[in-house]
Design a protein around this ligand. Structure first.
Ligand code: 5RP
Length: 248
C-alpha cells in the first residue's frame, strides 16, 4: 500500500507531467500557427513534442484546406504524417523545404541544440539543413544557459557499428568525459537507428566550443553525425509552466 507521502509525491509527479505535456502542446501549436502557410513543404521532426505540432498541422490543413507536403525525419515522423492523412514526401522529390519543425533535448542561450534523444539526429539534421527556416519546439525543461545544465544524458553521436569502440576511445582521449553505447530498454543489445547504426552518448564534463567540437567529432572515421546543432535553429518556442510561450 502507498504511504501518504508516496501518494503526495506521485500526485506532484503527475501534475508535473501534465504541465510539461501542456507546455509541449502550446509550443507545437504556436510554431505551426506562426510559421506554416499554404503551399509549404514542411520538415516533420521526431519525439513527443512534434506530435502536438502535427496534430495542429492536420487540423489547419482540414479547416483551411491548405496544400501542405511533409518530409519526415524518422520512421515515427513518417507514421505520424500518414496517420494524420497528411501528404508524405521525401528529399528526392522535395530537396528544398520551406520550414522544418522539430523538438530538442536542450537549447542553450546561443540556440545551440542537443538533439537525438530519440536517436534520429542524422535525418533530423539533414532535413533541418534543407529548410529555409528551422523552428524548434520544446517545454520549459529544455531551456538552458549552457548545454549540460538540463540534459544529463550527453551528446548523442551516430556511428557505424564496427567503429563504436575506436570512436569511443577517440572522443574520450580528445575531449574527456564518458562515452556510452546506447542500449535498448531490454538491455538485450544496442539501440539501432533508422540507418542501421549505433548511438554513442558522450557525457561531457565542461562547456566546449560546440562548433569546433562538432566539426572535430565529425572528422573521426566512423562518425556519421552528432546531435550538436550549431547555428541551425532560427527560433525556439518554449511552452512555459505558467501557460505562456517564450521565444528565443
Ligand atoms: C529525437 C529528437 C527529439 O526531437 C528530442 O529528443 C526531443 O524529444 P521530445 O520532444 O520527446 O522531448 O531529437 O532524435
Amino acid at each position: 500500500r502507498l504511504s501518504e507521502k508516496d501518494v503526495c509525491l506521485s500526485r506532484t509527479y503527475s501534475k508535473c507531467v501534465t504541465m510539461a505535456e501542456e507546455a509541449k502542446k502550446r509550443a507545437g501549436y504556436a510554431a505551426v500557427d506562426n510559421h506554416i502557410k499554404n503551399n509549404h513543404v514542411v520538415g516533420v521532426g521526431s519525439g513527443s513534442t512534434i506530435v502536438y505540432a502535427v496534430d495542429r498541422l492536420a487540423e489547419r490543413v482540414r479547416q483551411e484546406n491548405l496544400n501542405i507536403v511533409c518530409v519526415p525525419t524518422s520512421f515515427q515522423a513518417r507514421q505520424l504524417i500518414l496517420q494524420h492523412g497528411l501528404t508524405l514526401s521525401d528529399l528526392d522529390r522535395h530537396p528544398e523545404l520551406d520550414v522544418a519543425i522539430d523538438g530538442a533535448d536542450e537549447v542553450d542561450s546561443a540556440l545551440t541544440l542537443i538533439k537525438g534523444g530519440g536517436g534520429c539526429l542524422t535525418q533530423e539534421k539533414i532535413v533541418a539543413g534543407c529548410a529555409k527556416h528551422f523552428i524548434v519546439i520544446a517545454d520549459y525543461r529544455k531551456d538552458s544557459k549552457s548545454l549540460g545544465q538540463q540534459w544529463k544524458k550527453g551528446v548523442p553521436i551516430e556511428v557505424i557499428p564496427m567503429a563504436y569502440v575506436p570512436v569511443t576511445k577517440a572522443i574520450m582521449q580528445r575531449f574527456g568525459g564518458e562515452v556510452e553505447l546506447r542500449m535498448a530498454v531490454s538491455k538485450a543489445g544496442p539501440v539501432v537507428t533508422d540507418n542501421s547504426n549505433f548511438i554513442l552518448d558522450w557525457k561531457f564534463e565542461k562547456t566546449h566550443n560546440w562548433k569546433e567540437v562538432n566539426t572535430a567529432i565529425k572528422m573521426i572515421p566512423g562518425v556519421v553525425e552528432t546531435g550538436l546543432f550549431v547555428g541551425m535553429a532560427e527560433r525556439v518556442y518554449f511552452g512555459m509552466e505558467d501557460g505562456s510561450i517564450r521565444t528565443r
